[in-house]
Each structure stands twice: as C-alpha cells, then as structure tokens.
Design a protein around this ligand. Structure first.
Ligand code: B16
Ligand code: MG
Length: 218
C-alpha cells in the first residue's frame, strides 16, 4: 500500500524550471555554447555543476575552463537564478498543487522532498509551503545525482517508509529514472514522450489528483 509521496520541486511544485533554464541560457550564450530544446530538457533535475558540464560539452568547451572558472560560471548562474527566485510568491505554485498537498495531508500520507536544488528551502519559503515539507533530502549529502536512485531512497527513508510504499513525482526524465531505480511508483508530469518510463503520466499538475492516481494504479 502507498503511504507516502516523495516530491521533486522544480517543475512539479513550482514553475522554477523555467527560471533555471533562463539562467543557464544566459551562461550558455556567454560561453558560446549552443542552446537547444533537447539540452534544456536534459538539464532538468541535474545538479548545478553537472548542468554546467553538460552545457560546456554541448559546445565542446569542457577543456577551455579551469575548475575555478567553472565554479565562477556556476555561481553566476545561481546569482541570475536567485534574482528570479526573489520575485516569487505563492502565485508561482503550479496549478492544483496546493489542493493536492492538502488532500495528501487530509488522508494522512507522509510527504518528503527530493530536490537536487540547494535553493529548495528558500523556494519553499517564497511559496509559503515550508510547513508541508518537514522532511527535505539535503542534496549536499548525496554522492550521486539523479538519475541515481540515492535521492529518492533518502526521501523514503526520511519518512520511515520502504520505497515500495512511496510514489515519486517528477517532471524530468533523469528524475523518473531515479524513482524507478529506487523501486518507487513513478509519476511523470509533462511531455509523455520525454517521460515514457513513468508508471503514471500526467500532461500537467492540474491533472494530478488522488482519484486520478488511484484509477491508474493497476
Ligand atoms: P541548484 P529539482 C533541480 O531541481 C533542477 O531541476 C535543476 O535544473 C537544477 O540545476 C538543480 O535542481 C540544482 O539546483 O542550482 O538550485 O542547486 O528538479 O531536482 O527540484
Ligand atoms: Mg524537476
């Protein structure tokens, strides 16, 4: 039986995936790396330094920068990103999410957060959703990022559940892969072609209700 939900943040709870893309696009333009929809989708769920590496690789620029210069570029991205986060309000919560979280609480499901973002607590606070997520996986404690299952295994552990008792919710292909590898039930929100591996798929957050989920579980 499902007893808990492990949530991704960017692209699931809130529209920050657009902000991440915008901030990375600026860095890509600066270093002269080509930007594409495929790169934008591939960056979702990927840690800050790994994202930078993907962008540089796309432009064959990996060897052009020292480690220190790479840290500077990633810091610049984060500064761009935080300027956008600073303007966030509860209006940036994606459709239906607040109600879904309330329904989960009303039905005593446990909730944790499995975001790769070091900015997650700040974003939750801007959205006034901090109280819904008493358990947050610390991305600094991870040895491997998504698509490795580690972050979703820790998300289940934090709420004292076995992975089989959890549903993981994602907008990124790398994240769905991580949930599946952790042996949790996966929900993928977004383009069903990109999220083909998800057990349950929704086009957008507004479609994600407990009834819809139950009707799609065998
Ligand atoms: P930060 P998620 C991920 O969050 C984002 O999807 C990804 O674009 C970002 O690079 C990563 O967090 C790290 O974020 O630079 O803020 O630490 O989708 O796992 O909630
Ligand atoms: Mg995401």
């Amino acid at each position: 039986d499902i007893k808990g939900f492990v949530f991704d943040l960017d692209g699931v709870i809130t529209d920050t995936s657009v902000f991440h893309s915008q901030a990375w696009h600026q860095v890509a333009d600066k270093v002269g790396a080509p930007w594409s929809q495929e790169l934008e989708d591939g960056l979702k769920g990927i840690s800050r330094m790994d994202s930078l590496e993907m962008i540089l690789k796309a432009g064959n620029l990996s060897d052009k920068y020292t480690e220190d210069e790479k840290v500077d570029l990633a810091t610049e991205k984060n500064t761009n990103y935080l300027k956008l986060v600073d303007q966030m309000t509860p209006a940036n919560i994606l459709p239906g999410i607040k109600k879904f979280l309330d329904d989960l609480k009303a039905h005593n499901y446990l909730i944790s957060l499995a975001s790769a973002s070091k900015n997650a607590p700040k974003v939750l606070s801007k959205l006034q959703l901090t109280d819904y997520f008493p358990q947050i996986v610390d991305p600094q404690s991870l040895t491997k990022g998504k698509p490795d299952p580690e972050i979703y295994l820790k998300g289940a552990e934090l709420i004292n559940l076995k992975p089989e008792q959890c549903i993981g919710v994602e907008d990124a292909a790398a994240g769905v892969e991580a949930i599946n590898a952790a042996n949790e039930t996966s929900i993928g929100i977004g383009d069903p072609k990109i999220l083909a591996a998800a057990d349950i798929k929704f086009n957008d957050t507004g479609e994600m209700t407990l009834d819809h989920i139950k009707s799609q579980m065998n």
